[in-house]
Design a protein around this ligand. Structure first.
Ligand SMILES: [Zn+2]
Ligand SMILES: [Zn+2]
Ligand SMILES: [Zn+2]
Ligand SMILES: [Zn+2]
Length: 500
């Protein structure tokens, strides 16, 4: 009952405020002179005592009934009902026999001001007399405190936010931050430091994150052949072209070159048998007179333009017909063009003389040396040659040279004197390329011919009178002379763009 009344009173006193209320301790030294003021005239008299007494016995003096707060302050002993005992207490208070009880204090609990609503300080009131001990004061609303929510840039992998605004105190949002979707990585190829890189590493151009590692080329082979180059099986990039592919394009290339042909010939000691022994002194003279075992320069041509007619050794039509059955290929990186140092300083062909010291002194650094070795070819007789041999396929010039040599050594075919020849030939072609561009620097074509010649004689069917005097002494009617001629034909090419 007491609490209900207190609450109602508080509502009445603070008409516009609805506040939680608690009771506070009354000041110890103050009494409230309104306890028992039933008629609410501001003083406690015997008239109040009389009204309390009448109310306690059910007499109704007030047609509208007493308010609860009037009844509360007349319930002096606070037992929850108005009795004659309370009437007696009021009478004693009115004549000063009893001391008034203390103020019945109510604490008006304040509230903090918010951004948009006023607040109140705490207050203190007596619910019996209405005395305000501490007034409640309005604390004005503080207003919002706006702060900026910084924009957050989106990254490759994380969403960002637009700039926003909100109240730092109450959290009210004025401008909402909106999500900016993550950007995703921006792939960028890292320039490869090595030529061995097939697919470059990928990094994000924005954040630098490594997206993929570099992948190296995967080569189909370690070395080139006549027909096949070294090629990446992943990307198809050609590391080193096949020999055919290296050499064939030279036909169209705008090169000029200088070349030099050299012949080394050696004739071994001839063997004489039978009646041929009688002719040995004559042949000895012949072999001595020959310029055997000599190095001879036969052609020197400067600044010749490359084309399939003038430089048939690199005739693409022919070179491209070489197969892996014809030849083996060796590639290596070497320092410089090694055959140069074996050349003489000066070369004379006929009346012309050329100084090679400048060519010999050239420094090329590392070069790609490609050596193609053709399988040896054997010719028993010129007539037995069918088709075009490998040497003919790389060089019709050398192919016809073998033919004419065979023809020359098969020349005699009289009844009594027959000649025959076997020829074994092989060929080595060496190119020196610039290692990055495969542009040709120099080349050598070397063909070796071993011609075994046999001249046989049979004089049994001849009239002795017809024989030369030296043969008339013969005890045998047959015999032979055999010898071998070894010829090395070398042609050296210097591509002028590297030698000028
Ligand atoms: Zn009071
Ligand atoms: Zn606020
Ligand atoms: Zn990124
Ligand atoms: Zn590759």
């Amino acid at each position: 009952m007491k609490k209900i009344i207190a609450l109602l009173l508080a509502i009445a006193m603070l008409a516009t405020l609805t506040l939680p209320c608690v009771f506070a301790e009354a000041p110890a030294d103050e009494t409230c002179k309104y306890w028992g003021d039933m008629d609410e005239d501001g003083k406690v008299t015997s008239a109040d005592a009389r009204l309390v007494l009448r109310h306690s016995v059910g007499l109704k003096d007030n047609p509208e009934g007493y308010t609860e707060d009037v009844l509360y302050k007349c319930d002096i002993d606070q037992d929850g009902k108005i009795s004659s005992s309370d009437a007696r207490s009021v009478l004693r208070l009115s004549v000063g026999l009893d001391e008034f009880p203390a103020h019945e204090l109510l604490k008006g609990v304040g509230k903090d001001a918010t951004c948009t609503e006023d607040g109140l300080t705490d207050g203190l009131f007596c619910i019996i007399c209405g005395t305000t001990f501490e007034p409640q004061e309005v604390v004005p609303a503080t207003g919002h405190k706006e702060v900026t929510d910084e924009a957050v840039a989106a990254t490759c992998t994380e969403d960002g936010l637009t700039e926003g605004k909100h109240c730092e105190v109450c959290g009210e949002v004025f401008t909402a931050q909106e999500t900016v979707p993550a950007l995703g990585h921006d792939p960028m190829a890292v320039p490869a430091e090595s030529k061995e890189v097939c697919e470059p590493a990928q990094v994000c151009a924005r954040c630098g994150e490594t997206l993929s590692e570099a992948v190296m080329h995967e080569y189909n082979a370690k070395a080139i052949t006549v027909e096949n180059g070294v090629v990446c099986t992943r990307c198809g990039e050609v590391k080193t072209p096949s020999f055919n592919d290296l050499v064939n394009p030279l036909k169209q290339a705008p090169h000029t070159f200088t070349y030099l042909s050299q012949t080394d010939t050696a004739i071994d000691e001839p063997k004489f048998t039978g009646v041929m022994l009688l002719l040995k002194p004559m042949f000895d003279e012949e072999f001595k007179n020959d310029d055997n075992n000599e190095t001879e320069y036969t052609v020197l041509s400067e600044k010749t333009e490359v084309n399939s007619r003038t430089f048939e050794l690199i005739n693409a039509d022919e070179v491209s017909r070489l197969t892996d059955n014809d030849a083996t290929v060796k590639t290596e990186t070497v320092s410089g063009v090694d055959f140069l140092k074996n050349l003489p300083d000066t070369v004379s062909v006929g009346s012309r003389s050329s100084d090679l010291t400048a060519i010999k002194a050239k420094d090329f650094g590392d070069v790609l040396k490609v050596t193609v070795t053709l399988k040896p070819e054997t010719y028993s007789k010129l007539a037995d040659q069918g088709g075009v041999d490998a040497i003919g396929r790389i060089s019709s010039q050398y192919g016809s040279l073998i033919s004419s040599a065979m023809m020359q050594f098969s020349g005699l075919n009289e009844d009594f004197l027959k000649t025959d020849a076997d020829c074994v030939s092989n060929m080595t072609v060496t190119y020196y390329f610039e290692p990055e561009t495969f542009s040709p620097i120099a080349a050598t074509y070397k063909i070796t011919m071993d011609i075994s010649q046999t001249m046989s004689i049979d004089i049994s069917g001849m009239n002795k009178d017809d024989l030369p005097a030296v043969l008339k002494l013969a005890s045998s009617t047959t015999g032979a002379i055999s010898f071998k001629i070894t010829t090395d034909l070398n042609t050296f090419y210097f591509f002028d763009e590297y030698f000028d």
